[in-house]
Design a binder for this molecule. Structure first.
Ligand SMILES: [Fe+2]
Length: 259
């Protein structure tokens, strides 16, 4: 089966890209299941229930999130009532929502999707290393096809977790840094991995933000209100192919220009 993972959807340009292109891309690549990271879809930070529903309606089977999960407060009650949007599993156990879910693919195979935050700059309640084994075991009791969205800053952390999970899950796909890395691979144990799947949004920018505003803040150290950029929109991510045992047989980067 083929699983399309769509990297961090940023602001209106990212959402427009999903709404205009995801459905046809699913057809072209013969995709059975689609996961979309949506943590930046609300003006560049956070997600609202309405925007989550729009991503689901546009072809996402499951939405993953990240460090900006609580930026829009209205998402909290929504997360408690949905099994199609997951927040990082290593947040406080008292926070709303779930850290993993299972949903059926087009041909019926069930796919588990886990979301984890990295340690560096992310301040998760629990280190991902502390809970990942238990989560993977729970997920595998449901299905052998398990995909992990590891939302993390450091390349080393993402490569190390992908290697640690090699042979235990179908794919470990990195998000958050918004710059697609040229390392899509199937590891020796059969787990697909990409250090960063990229960004679905405006690439004529500084990781989605209008470049002049990001530069102004960097040069002056003063607070600057960031705005989402507009040009160079691309849909980016990874296409993972796996067999019925959950072992990955292929992993390719996806990069589709929209303007
Ligand atoms: Fe993030």
């Amino acid at each position: 089966m083929k699983i399309l993972f769509v990297a961090d959807v940023v602001g209106r340009p990212g959402r427009d890209a999903i709404e205009s292109r995801l459905s046809s891309l699913r057809d072209e690549r013969d995709v059975d299941f689609c996961v979309v990271n949506g943590e930046n879809v609300a003006d560049g930070v956070g997600i609202t229930p309405k925007l989550a529903q729009r991503l689901l309606a546009a072809g996402a089977d499951v939405i993953t999130l990240g460090n900006h999960v609580w930026r829009r407060r209205e998402i909290a009650p929504y997360l408690s009532g949905t099994d199609r949007v997951v927040r990082p599993a290593n947040l406080s156990a008292s926070s709303p929502g779930r850290g993993w879910t299972v949903a059926p693919a087009r041909e019926g195979t069930r796919v588990a999707v886990l979301n984890l935050l990295g340690d560096l700059f992310m301040t998760p309640s629990v280190s991902p290393c502390e809970i990942v084994d238990g989560l993977v075991e729970e997920a595998q009791r449901e299905t052998p096809v398990v995909l992990v969205d590891f939302h993390a800053e450091a390349t080393s952390e993402k490569v190390a977790l992908a290697r640690y999970l090699d042979g235990k899950v179908t794919a470990v796909l990195g998000t958050h840094t918004h710059i697609q890395t040229n390392d899509a691979r199937v590891q020796p144990g059969g787990t697909a991995a990409v250090t960063d799947a990229g960004m679905t949004g405006p690439h004529d920018s500084v990781i989605g933000v209008k470049a002049d505003l990001a530069i102004q803040r960097m040069r002056t150290g003063m607070p600057v209100r960031f705005e989402t950029a507009e040009g160079g929109v691309r849909l980016e991510g990874a296409l993972v192919e796996c067999d019925g045992s959950g072992r990955a047989t292929g992993c390719d980067l996806v990069r589709v220009a929209l303007d």
